[in-house]
Design a protein around this ligand. Structure first.
Ligand code: HPA
Length: 246
């Protein structure tokens, strides 16, 4: 099986149980990645791990150097990328603690370096992005979630917002009208940069709060922290299953 790179988000800045073989912070043409690229063994498989927000967690979503991160993983030998993301729930099924394997996304971010294809080009390059997530990887994830007995949705549209602030209730209503089921800040340009590098990419999203206006009152950061802790423990179990082949 190919070398899988895991990009951990909020609540997953390290991979417990990883038998560490090396930690390198490579230089890339785009600068430094968020943290060292860890190479190790988990559930008998070679994996790479990168903490998206740095370790400790310090880089906000709009300041992450997504290009350096993807470039560094590819350079380290990644053949596929699994992204773990904490998100807000829009669809009624997307309760706190629910897991979702999105099948599509809508990009609302702006001002982020979102392509490798811009300098010193011989010709203008457009990648196909009709289906941003790799279907075989999605199916492997779904099988691992089933085997683990998780509450999850096998489909969902991920709205990617700019952050770092959370959305207004009216913005969430708009995203819902657009067809979004979950909302987060880090799904793009990560997914398209993986596509540009030819790396199959899938996302495992953990719902950590009802999106703005989907609950009485305001969004509580302490509640998010609590859901993150329990939810990421479940995500780790799913990752083990996935790597062990269920
Ligand atoms: N909105 C955007 N990003 C998020 C949220 C949210 O409600 N929760 C976690 N990441």
């Amino acid at each position: 099986m190919s070398v899988l790179a895991i990009i951990g988000g909020s609540g997953l800045t390290q991979l417990e149980g990883l038998r560490l073989l090396s930690a390198d912070t490579p230089h890339t043409p785009y600068g430094a990645p968020s943290a060292a690229v860890l190479r190790g063994e988990l559930a008998g498989r070679e994996v790479l791990f990168l903490a998206r927000h740095g370790h400790p967690h310090r880089i906000p979503p709009h300041q992450i150097n997504y290009r350096a991160n993807l470039w560094a993983l590819k350079q380290a030998g990644a053949q596929a990328v699994l992204a773990v993301n904490a998100v807000g729930g829009i669809h009624p099924a997307m309760d706190s603690g629910h897991l979702c394997v999105p099948h599509d996304l809508i990009d609302y971010t702006w001002g982020r370096a979102a392509t490798f294809f811009e300098d010193d080009l011989e010709h203008v390059t457009h990648v196909d992005f009709s289906y941003p997530y790799d279907e075989p990887m999605r199916q492997q994830l779904i099988a691992a979630l089933r085997a683990e007995g998780c509450a999850f949705s096998s489909h969902g549209v991920y709205a990617v917002t700019q952050g770092p602030r959370l959305e207004t209730a009216a913005e969430i209503m708009r995203l819902e009208r657009d067809g979004a089921d979950i909302v987060g800040m880090t799904g793009m340009p990560e997914a398209v940069l993986a596509r540009e590098l030819g790396l199959p990419y899938a996302c495992l999203a953990l719902v950590v709060n009802p999106a703005a206006g989907k609950t009485q009152g305001v969004i509580s950061m302490s509640e998010i922290e609590q859901v993150l802790e329990a939810g990421m423990a479940e995500v780790r179990r799913v990752l083990h299953r996935l790597l062990a082949g269920h």
